[in-house]
Design a protein around this ligand. Structure first.
Ligand SMILES: [Mg+2]
Length: 227
């Protein structure tokens, strides 16, 4: 159980943590290869295979998250294709309750995402979650992704949070690992980032499926502090 009075800053990931990763998985694994194959009259199965290999090779690099990179690489515009799947962009269960409780708490709440600013804009417009954050940071602002120590260095310098009094929630184990190496004291993994995939067994971090329990603890701690 988390001691909320020890937490000053809450750092939150977006895709797979606050929003359903189903949209992103569908888009990158299925929709983009399919539409690229159509636009270039190529065999869909072959394109899907080639793109999967490319993704694999680029994992943990900022370019993998960079819309400009993919638009150059594939010679197409991503945003119109993303709009075709916009109906899949959804807030995960119990997230709004959690964000509401956080807003009423003593904690500073910062969104830390590897999402490109164009993707952020689209998701904010459709979900209205921007209002819950004191600050919003895209790793593209710093030129390093969250998997890299240089990101955390840049984030701490810019945001002046104390790693030992910070809670970070993310669905990526590689990113949580990087945050742990950097010294973020409190870490929680989301074990079902994609609503259409099974819950993952996670051993190296505390993990949650939904935010209910965390919200209940936070509300209790707030009530306690006010009494
Ligand atoms: Mg994520």
């Amino acid at each position: 159980m988390l001691q909320w009075q020890d937490i000053e800053t809450v750092l939150l990931d977006m895709d797979g943590t606050l929003l359903d990763l189903h949209f992103d998985n569908q888009f990158w694994i299925h929709h983009l290869p399919k539409r690229y194959a159509e636009l270039n009259q190529l065999p869909p199965a072959q394109v899907q295979q080639q793109m999967a290999a490319k993704y694999q090779a680029m994992q943990g690099q900022l370019d993998w998250y960079c819309f400009d990179f993919w638009e150059r690489e594939l010679n197409l515009e991503l945003m119109p294709l993303k709009q075709e799947l916009a109906h899949l962009i959804k807030i995960r269960p119990s997230v709004i309750d959690f964000l509401t409780a956080l807003k009423q708490s003593h904690c500073k709440v910062i969104l830390l995402t590897n999402s490109h600013r164009k993707g952020l804009q689209m998701k904010f417009a459709l979900t209205d979650i921007e209002q819950y954050f004191d600050q919003v940071i895209s790793s593209h602002d710093y030129g390093y992704c969250k998997e890299q120590q240089a990101f955390w260095q840049a984030a701490e310098t810019a945001l002046e949070f104390k790693p030992e009094q910070s809670l970070f929630i993310d669905d990526s184990l590689a990113v949580l690992q990087a945050a742990q190496t950097y010294g973020i004291a409190h870490l929680i993994a989301v074990n079902q980032p994609d609503s259409q995939q099974p819950v993952r067994q996670i051993n190296q971090f505390n993990a949650l499926t939904h935010f209910d329990e965390l919200t209940r603890d936070l509300k209790n701690s707030l009530a306690h502090a006010n009494s």
